[in-house]
Design a protein around this ligand. Structure first.
Ligand SMILES: *Cc1c(COP(=O)(O)O)cnc(C)c1O
Length: 427
């Protein structure tokens, strides 16, 4: 499978190169050259397939012959090794719980898949690859965990000091081995900017790649759980509406890709916090990125979502077509807290702030009686312990995978400017 850059100034490249490079030379993000729908027979009989078989069917055209079938199946086995429960909250709304993996956020799926692909592609190469990643919270932990021990791969994680939760910080600063954390004096956008600068810096001779959702190997496997959900809910005979709490818009973009592959989905709602660049765009057609604002759903504090350009490409840059299949709404922290309380009161369900934003999006969209809404519960409530326990009358039990890191010692290198990152990379 070939990929092209959405800036259209670099040559097409293979899956392998797209994974190893992350971004194209012209700084554009990669997009698959062809998208072939899966057979109707497969979709109609999806309940007869295991999650592993579904994932293989979904991803194989995007990998092509660049990873042998048996190896790809092995990678998938490790990627979807946990549950993806769809939990009914009301008559017409369910939570798709994506937090049953090792770091308890949906990013475990993409991070593991990418780590295994990169390790495969770099085997037998004596030059190490350095993965540079900026995180607003969850990416760091998922990438650290997914890449831990990957041979020939070093990982450098940049995170904004004081702006990720304690548990998130522990998840990305305590693993050691091939994982290094840089604690940046700034906000997420500063971290992302430093990463971008490093990619452009010709004095850095290390092979750099990105593990943000711009990387096709992190982005594409996120299609899997949209298919798993359809498999679960098909028997309801309703039209599905997905609401995806969105920051960089990689997750929702994967959902739209799944739809392109033939997955029956009625509508997508991108639910955001007050970082409302996309909701504003849908109002007036003007895309105006702005600096991110800190919120209680911090994994979505993104002012210039890097995957939105892929969504536009999926709709052939047709604004009207986009608006017919895709809505986006923004919610404040107060609305989010109120919704967490309301959900808890009505059903006893504990939603984390991101999930609550997703729920709000479904309500604002307004489901009709033929529709069934699914919001993605993108992280376990324990990852936002202060907010959840400060809002709801609950004590969140600390799951085993969190307990494991919570008492470990944080190790991070302070960085206040690009020069600090550069010095580290030149060592
Ligand atoms: C990363 C993340 C998001 C945003 O996902 P995108 O793919 O960047 O839109 C939402 N919720 C949680 C908990 C996350 O970690």
């Amino acid at each position: 499978m070939n990929y092209y850059s959405l800036h259209h100034k670099s040559p097409k490249t293979t899956f392998k190169n797209a994974v190893v490079e992350g971004l194209a030379k012209d700084r554009g993000i990669y997009f698959p050259e062809t998208i072939t729908p899966l057979s109707k027979d497969f979709i109609d009989n999806i309940e007869n397939y295991t999650n592993q078989e579904i994932a293989f069917e979904v991803i194989k055209q995007f990998v092509g012959d660049e990873i042998p079938t048996e190896k790809l199946k092995e990678i998938i086995e490790e990627t979807v090794s946990f549950d993806f429960p769809v939990v009914k909250i009301t008559d017409n709304i369910a939570s798709l719980e994506l937090f049953h993996g090792p770091t308890m956020a949906f990013k475990d799926v993409g991070a593991k898949f990418m780590a295994k692909c990169l390790e495969y592609f770099n085997q037998g190469n004596d030059k190490e690859v350095t993965v540079l990643v900026a995180t607003s919270g969850d990416t760091g932990g998922a990438v650290a965990n997914g890449f831990l021990g990957a041979k020939g791969v070093n990982v450098v994680i940049l995170y904004p000091s004081g702006k990720v939760s304690d548990i998130q910080e522990k998840q990305l600063t305590t693993l050691g081995q091939n994982i290094t954390a840089l604690e940046v004096d700034g906000v997420f956008d500063d971290c992302q900017e430093m990463v971008k600068t490093a990619f452009l810096d010709e004095e850095i001779t290390k092979t750099l790649t990105s593990a943000n959702s711009i990387n096709v190997a992190r982005w594409l496997p996120q299609m899997f759980y949209f298919f798993f959900t359809y498999k679960e809910l098909k028997k309801l005979n309703k039209e599905l509406v997905f609401s995806v709490p969105s920051g960089n818009f990689g997750n929702i973009c994967a959902g739209i890709m799944a739809q392109k592959l033939g997955l029956p989905v009625k509508h997508f709602v991108a639910s955001t916090n007050v970082n409302d660049t996309v909701p504003n765009y849908l109002k007036d057609g003007k895309y105006t990125p702005k600096p991110s604002k800190a919120t209680i759903s911090n994994a979505m504090d993104v002012g210039n979502p890097s995957n939105f350009i892929r969504i536009q490409e999926l709709f052939n840059n047709d604004f009207e077509a986009l608006k017919n299949h895709f809505s986006s709404y923004s919610f404040s922290d107060d609305e989010t807290r109120e919704k967490m309380k309301a959900i808890y009161k009505e059903s006893g369900y504990v939603a984390d702030p991101h999930g609550a934003v997703g729920y709000l999006g479904l309500e604002k969209f307004g489901l009709n009686e033929n529709e069934f809404g699914v919001f993605l519960e993108t992280a376990h409530p324990v990852k936002f312990l202060d907010v959840v326990e400060g809002t709801l009358p609950v004590k969140v039990e600390i799951p085993a995978q969190i307990q494991k890191v919570i008492n470990n010692k944080k190790v991070a290198i302070k960085a206040s400017s690009y020069e600090d990152l550069k010095a580290f990379l030149m060592e």
